[in-house]
Every structure is written in structure tokens, then in C-alpha cells.
Design a protein around this ligand. Sequence first.
Ligand SMILES: *Cc1c(COP(=O)(O)O)cnc(C)c1O
Length: 418
Amino acid sequence: MTDFEYSNGELYAEQVPLARIAEQVGTPVYVYSAEAFRRRARDFRDGVAQAGRVHLAFAIKANPNLAVLRLLANEGYGADVVSGGEMARALAAGMAAKDIVFSGVGKTRAELATGLDKGIGQFNLELEEEGVVLAEIARSKGLVAPATLRVNPDVDAGTHAKISTGKAENKFGLPIDQAPDIFDRLAPLGGLNLRGVAVHIGSQLKSLDPLEKAFVRVGELVAELRGRGHTITHVDLGGGLGVRYQDGDVPPTAQEFGAMVARVTQGWDVELMFEPGRVISANAGLLVTEVLWVKPGVTNPWVVVDAAMNDLARVALYDAHHDISSVKPSGERIVANVCGPVCESSDVFAKDREIDAVKGGDLIVLHSAGAYGATMASTYNSRPLVPEVLVSGDRHAIVAGRIAAETIMDEEQVPDWL
Ligand SMILES: *Cc1c(COP(=O)(O)O)cnc(C)c1O
């Protein structure tokens, strides 16, 4: 048995019943399948292998848990990081500094300096001034910073507006038509090894078309840069591949993606870099929660669960859909709304959804929660930080403990002048 399947009427993570985990760890709790991570990591690697020489950098903002990162490091993945904190995690998980790519629109000078000290493999620059500053810091340390320019190809990713990054009006990357001149000015700077370009147009992309359009533009840019005498050895094609969240979602497979990349990048003669996040992790995890109450509603009942928008923000943030099912379904179905206890009207996981019939004390799961789930959790409403459990075969381990509201309160002080 792999991933999350029913056996004898109850839902398992690999060979471990979810009810057992809920009993031992309490709810809400994220549960991950190691095998699911591994299979998707290998799938993606096999898909892009069609394109030749590749570097894989898991976008760790999707799931930064140390155990998850260790597992992916064992699968040959480095990391795409967007903050000093993520850099520290990737290193702590055992990823080699040279396998880490530092992305992000607002890296601080301190983060750039730390990245240089640690020997980070590549800095993806978001603006010309960042390149100038990085070169300065590197020179002052007697180092050379490997870097690319992240360009904004002005392509509509066709995804939710809040996860689109590749349109001209988005804050990410520099305008692709300005890239050659900026490259001309940055490339000669001592302390900088400006070796290529990077692109990332958005997340949960359900079609390969916008990706292909962006990659074609990047290919034209590479040719133009070479025409100007620049040496281009690396092209970072970002992440963004979509996943299945519900019936009817048919995202491109890793094989289809890899075939498109191989076709578009033929003859580029560079090391291709990828930053997959969601495609590796979304369907490797779910959120287990207990039904607290079934509260009568005007049309449909409210199933009030002990997980909330602070534990899984995607629904409130992106109107995302997560499939919902019972850990031990009775066979009966109802139409209901599913919500958390947080005092916000957006703390609703599903409206007018047909789900397994439930009563107080039952366990349900929100599927496809392995990406942008626990990592976005907060303590809003002074709720504890949600724990995470990793399952492998018949074993499981708490890989992030529940951080109590009291622990967070310990960091607060009431000044003595009050
Ligand atoms: C978020 C992000 C990714 C990962 O996106 P997914 O959709 O999870 O694959 C990759 N690269 C950059 C620069 C990002 O910001």
C-alpha cells in the first residue's frame, strides 16, 4: 500500500492507520507519506532527464520540514530558498551549499552576505542594483558570486492571480527586454559570475502552453546574450507545474513537461535548473482534523472541525479546493459546509459540498495538503502551531511538534511601566 488508501474501511498513510496517528499526536495534524514524496521526486527527475543535464532544487517554501528536506536531499535534490531562514533549513537538512539556489525579490544585504559565506550555489538576481551590491559584498570577501538574472517574460500563466508571477505587472523578475543591457552592465563586475538567466511564471499551472511560451522567450534571450559575447552556462526554468486537487484536474505529467522542455531547449547547451515545489509535495500530505460539532445551518449544516485557516490557509487565501473525506466513512453522504473555529468568515474549507456523513468526534481529512500547508500555518486566535508526522511503511514519526500557545506567550513581555 502506498500514499493514502482505504483498507478495511479506514484511511491509511502507507501502512499506518490515520486514526492511530490522531490518537497519539492529537488533531489537527499534517501527515506525510515518505513514499509519496519519493515517487514524485523520482517522477519529476525522470521527466526532466529527457532534457539532458539538469539540477533539481526543491522550492522549500512549499514544505520546509527538515525531515522532508532530508528525504529529498537523499533523492538528489538541492533547494530553492527565498530567505535566510530557508537557507539555514536547507543546510541543516544536509543539502550541500552548492546545490542551493537563492531566489526572492527582497533579499537583504545580510542574507546575501550569509549566502556568500556559506557558498550558496547560485543567486537569482531580481534587479540590477541587487547585482551591484552582491558583487560589492563578494569582492569585499574575496569571493565570486555565481548568479543569474531572473527575467519577467510577460506571460499570463493562466492560474490564480495570487500565484501568478510572470506578467509584466507582477513584482517578480526584471523586464525581459531590459535584460540584455542590464546583463552587459553587470557581467563585467568583479565578484560576480553572471552565468545565465532564470524564469518562474507562477504556480499550479494546469497547461504547458504558458511555460513553453516563457521558455521560448528565454531561449531567444540566451541567443541574444551570446550574440553580445556573454558566456551562458545555466538556465533556471523555475517551478510551477500544477497538481490534481480534485476530479477533473488533469495537470501535465512530469514526462509531458520534460518532453516539452527537451524540445524547446534543444541546442541551448546549458545546465538546466528546475525549482519544483507543489508537484513534489502537494499530494504527499494531508491534514487530519476532528469534527467538533455539527451545527445546524440555514440550508446545510456546518461541520465545525478543529483545524482552521491558521493551519491551512490555502482556501482562505486562494479560494483553493481540498477534497474532504472521512477516516472511517459510514457509507452515508450529506451536503454540508466545513469550517474551522477561527473568528473569520473566510475560515471555511468547503461550502455546500457533498461529504461523508459525520458527527462530533469523527475524523476527516483535507487532501492534497503537503504543499503550502503547514508552512503557511500561523498562531492566529492564539491557536497552537500544527504538528507534522511523516510515515514510511509501517513506521511514523513526529517531524514537527505542536507548539503550544503558552510557548509563544513565553516570548512576550509586559513592560514593567504598565
Ligand atoms: C514558489 C516558487 C517556486 C515553486 O513553485 P511551485 O508552484 O510550488 O512549483 C519555484 N521558484 C520560485 C522562484 C518560486 O517563487
